[in-house]
Ligand binder design. Structure first.
Ligand SMILES: *Cc1c(COP(=O)(O)O)cnc(C)c1O
Length: 399
């Protein structure tokens, strides 16, 4: 198959070998997106239940996102990190008010937002806890791919990739409050968890876990840090996943859906955790008006009772449909809002994903035995029905 960029360079063929080979990708090249659909360079249309890896909260090329980009692009794209801009200040105010936290720092990626959280924990431990520095995190957690975020993550095999690893992390089983409790000692400064583990395959902790962590943190004077880069901004049916248990964190990180397809992330702290000061963090693109204008458009759209109600209603339909497949093909379904997984009975997730791809459906194989579904938060009932019908026929063919 010859690849060409028909827009900028119709004569020159495209060659994958110019990219570092850090992942395996299917043959077609994606050229266009709209709502729940993505088109490749051969004109094939895909129903997209991956959505930029749970980033396109409003779907591909959402009108609100385009309007915000167009308007801002004609006004101010980049003021410089040396100056304030209106969009950054407005979005910061909105997020602070809505989360009940006190301060925010914007960056471009989730991993960078987690870097801020990790710096907060280290500095807070130095100032307030006699140099305590250890952060309790969870097995199979995913916090990003900077060296510090990798050290905080619990992905099997990651320890061996780029030694020596950043010290100061201890991994406990996700969802196990007692394990967390017994790991706390004089060196412990913070607990960092995903309210629902995303990359691990949508692992939902037992009810009361988040609230239990809040109580533990209060009891032992620790910072509670929630990585809501995947679960935040309506993905689980509330603006933040922690709202399901009214367990307020001291530190919160957001990414993915916040920019709905553009690079925007945020780290928030409450007054208790606030400790970063002059020179502690920065970044050329941090808080730039082009991205924060999009963040405002996303919040304006998602943070409405009707919108979040629809996420919960569509999520219930998706969950019920997966349960029906479970009745026939075994395994189990789990999730909340529009973040779902199908736990299969054998390690066929990648081949199911590839069969779905051939039939014009994009799903993610989060694990060898786990399919993950993260559609646009605007996905319709008929798009969900269509996804389930394709998946059913692929599962039947595989059986
Ligand atoms: C995707 C993700 C990250 C990393 O975000 P990047 O933008 O890829 O750096 C961190 N934490 C969680 C929970 C994620 O899902």
């Amino acid at each position: 198959m010859t690849l060409v960029d028909s827009v900028s360079n119709p004569k020159q063929t495209l060659d994958r070998s110019v990219l570092m080979p850090i992942t395996r990708r299917p043959e077609p090249v994606m050229v266009r997106g709209e709502g729940s659909y993505l088109w490749d360079d051969r004109g094939r249309c895909f129903l997209d239940f991956v959505q930029g890896w749970a980033t396109n909260a409003l779907g591909h090329c959402a009108p609100e996102v385009r309007a915000a980009l167009n308007a801002q692009a004609g006004q101010l794209m980049m003021a410089s990190p040396a100056y304030d801009n209106q969009r950054e200040l407005t979005l910061a105010r909105r997020l602070v008010d809505r989360s009940k936290l006190a301060h925010v720092h914007f960056s471009s990626s989730g991993a960078e937002a987690n870097e801020v959280a990790l710096k907060v924990a280290r500095k807070w431990g130095r100032i307030h806890k006699g140099g305590a520095f250890e952060i309790l995190t969870t097995h199979d957690a995913f916090h990003g791919r900077t060296l510090a975020a990798m050290a905080a993550s619990g992905k099997a095999g990651w320890d061996a990739l780029f030694p020596p690893n950043l010290p100061g992390f201890r991994k406990l089983p996700h969802g196990d409050l007692e394990a967390m409790r017994s790991a706390i000692d004089a060196r412990t400064v913070a607990i960092l968890v995903e309210p629902i583990q995303g990359e691990a395959g949508v692992v939902v902790p037992p009810p009361g876990y988040l609230r239990g962590l809040r109580e533990l943190a209060d009891e032992h004077d620790l910072l509670l840090m929630f990585d809501e880069i995947q679960t935040g901004i309506g993905r689980t049916g509330t603006l933040f996943a922690f709202e399901s248990e009214q367990a307020l964190p001291d530190v919160l990180t957001l990414g993915k859906g916040l920019g709905s397809g553009v690079p925007l992330s945020a780290a928030l702290v409450n007054a208790r955790a606030a400790c970063l000061g002059l020179g502690d963090q920065g970044g050329t693109y941090h808080g730039n008006p082009l991205m924060t204008a999009v963040g405002l458009a996303v919040l304006d759209t998602v943070d409405r009772p009707e919108f979040l109600g629809a996420v919960r209603a569509r999520g219930a339909e998706l969950g019920a449909g997966l349960d029906e497949l479970v009745r026939v093909h075994g395994g189990s379904a789990r999730g909340r809002g529009l973040l779902w997984a199908y736990q299969l009975t054998s390690p066929i997730a990648e081949s199911i994903r590839d069969r779905c791809f051939e039939r014009g459906l994009l799903v993610n194989a989060a694990r060898p035995t786990v399919l993950r579904f993260m559609p646009s938060l605007r996905v319709t009932s008929s798009e969900i029905a269509s996804m389930l019908a394709t998946l059913r026929s692929v599962l039947e063919a595989a059986a």
